[in-house]
Every structure is written in structure tokens, then in C-alpha cells.
Write a protein that binds this ligand. Sequence first.
Ligand code: ZN
Length: 447
Amino acid sequence: MTKPEALDHRLYWDARLETQSRAEWEALKLSLLQSHLTHAYGRSPYWRAAFDAAGVHPDRLNTLDDLRRFPFADKHVLRDRQVAVPPLGDLVAVPERDIVYISTSSGSTGVPTASPFTARDFDEWIDYEARQFWSSGMRPSDRYAHSLNLSLFIGGPCVLGAQKLGALTIHAGTLPSERLLQILRQFQASIIWTTPSYAWYLGETALQEGYDLQKDLAVRRIFVAGEPGGSIPQTRSRIEELWGASVYDYYGLSDIFGSCAGECEAKDGLHWAEDHIHVEVIDPDTGEPVREGERGELVLTTLRKAARPLIRFRTGDIVSVTTEPCACGRTALRMHGVHGRLDDMLIIKGVNLFPSDVEAVARQDRDLTGEYRLVVERIDHLDRITVEVERVRGFNGTDEDLGHRVSRRLKSVNGVSAEVRVLAPDTLPRATHKAKRVDDRRTGVWS
Ligand SMILES: [Zn+2]
């Protein structure tokens, strides 16, 4: 089969769907939701019991707002039900013979949970990934090096979306950096997908290895996911400068899809896959919806995934969304990045602080390398935060002045008083996957 190069100039993967009115989106979602809830209630013991306990029934869902009467679920539910009914849990709503693929969560905080797919779920996912890649400017003429972990990780099979789109795909996975750089040079890959920390690290490594990133390599687009950095302007622009490439932020969830939302070429927020996922943003304390544009916790409901429906799944991610028109012409809901995770939120003297707040400051100052770490300690029952940053090579001033400057900026931007420790270049650990930005030394303190 020849590649559909004649279609390279097409703006959309599926123009009718992607540019339909908001009213059409709402009608489509309502109809999908009604049948999905009926499927969940009829086929999954867990969902039947949960709906009955909450006194709700799929037949009585007449508007999207009616979903608010349905109960929440979260990571603990997934883990508990998987332990209670091994190996996949009783949220599953199809016989095991219909399941063809599972990915798992990283398991860094306990038992890994499995995300199952039927053959149709898998095909629909891959078609969506192709649509998402197209919106980020990928075309059949591209050479795409997929540099996410391929084993058990939900981001792995997303490479098949690029293949479906017609790009030349390289299933690179998590190769050692020197090898990956060789591959990028040898095949002149035009697009890669990694985490923001790794994009940074890989670029720095390339420079140290003597590469000229613009002349020796052909990477012009970098897709990133897994950390907030792709939507922090200061981080994004420094990765873009380093590579001479354009950065596109993606959001995925191991329990649903490798990418559930991603940036179009207008790069003004991540468009959601609203024909697969219904998005709510709630106040994490009250469970009530926040107004459009306000920050709250992201809550997701699948609309088609037959193997394991997820209803009102609390992600713990803090986001804001908008239905305002996008310059690209797509009408799907947009999210302005993930501001942080509830789990990572630090409360320092009554002020909420996310690592991404510090990142914005650390990456703005050209006398800093951009690497940073937050050390949180409890001294005399008070939480104290120290921000560690690194000066760049060849910095002429004093560490003391530089530290004060960063401290003042943190105070004016975030309202947080923090001690700033300036370190020599290359002191902080470099991330090869997801960066650990918080060193919380309060853990285990008995108080
Ligand atoms: Zn757009």
C-alpha cells in the first residue's frame, strides 16, 4: 500500500467530528454515555452494586448533568477490586476471552493496576491516537521515533497510531541516550515523544556528545507527556530553543488511554478525545463542579471502552478547561495543562505550592541550568522548604546574589518564602524518565 501523501495538506483527520458544534458534541456524548452506563450496570458486578448503593440507574440519566448523581471512583477502588477479584477486578464488563491487551500502571505506590482492552477498544484507541498525532502536525511524510517505554506501559502502543496515520515509525522505546541519538541521526527522525525531563536531558546529552542539534538531527516536533513541563511556558521554550523544535504537550492516563488529550498546532491547550471520554472538573473538597476556566480536580468517565468502563474517575490532577473556540477550528474541550497533582501539592505556611510553580521560576532565569529540587523538612513542627537550583557554567556573579534573586521571584510569583541553595552545574540528578522533584524529608516524622 502506498502512503497517502496527497492527503498531507488535509487539516483534519476527521473534519466532521473534530469541527462539530458544542451542541453536537453534547448530544453525541449523552447518547454514548447512556449506552455505556447501561453496559456497565448490566455487565459489571462492581458498577451494578455501586449504582444501586447510590440509588442511581442508567435509565434515569437524561442529561449530561445527571451524571453528577453517580458515585465517584478512584485508584483505590481499582486496586481494591483487583485484589478482591483477581486478576482484573470486577469493574471489568466483558468475559476474559474478549480481552486482548492489558497495560499496567507503574505500581510505584503499591500493586500495579491493569487496564484491559477488547480488540475493538484497542482499534478505537489507535484510531484516536492517529487523529491526535495528525492534529499535532504529524503527516505520512514524517519519521517518528517513539521513545516511550514499550513494555506494559500504556504509552507504548500509541506508536501504532503514528503507523496508522502513515508515518514511518521507529519503535525506539527507552534506549540508552547515546544509542537513541544515533538512531535519530541515522534515520533523520522528524518527531519524537518523551517526557519533558528526558527531552531536556537528551538535548543536553547530545550537546555534550558533540552533536549540532539543528544540523546533525532533523527533530522538528517533540511530543511530551507524563509531567507538567510541556505546558509550563518557561520549560517549553527552553526545550524548544535547545532543540530548535516545537513542543506539543500530551496527557495520558494508564487506566484509560496512552493519550487522552493533546495539543494541536495552535498550541493553546490540549484538546480532549470527547468522543471517548467525558470530562468534569470538580472542587476536590466538595465534589461540586467548578466554573469553566477555574482550577479543580480532573474527573473522567469513559464513553466507549467496553472492557472496563470507568465512571467519574478521580484522577488527582489539578487542571482547568475551556470550551472557547480554538484557532485550529477544532471544537473539542481544551485543558490548559496539568498544573499539578493533589498528591504533590505542598502546603507551606498555608500557601499551596506545586513543583510546577517552582519550575516556572527556575527555568526563566538564564543564569540557572533549569534543574531544580524542592527539599521539604519539618523543623520544630514547622514545614520548611529549600529550593535547590544550579548556576550555569561560566556564571560570573555570586551564588548569594543569585539565590536572593530566585528567592525574591518565588515570593512575588507564588507567595512562598523559601531558602534557595545555589549548586554547581550538574550537581542535581538528571532524570531519564520522570523526574523526582520533591525530596520530602518529613516522611516518617512522628508528630
Ligand atoms: Zn486547537
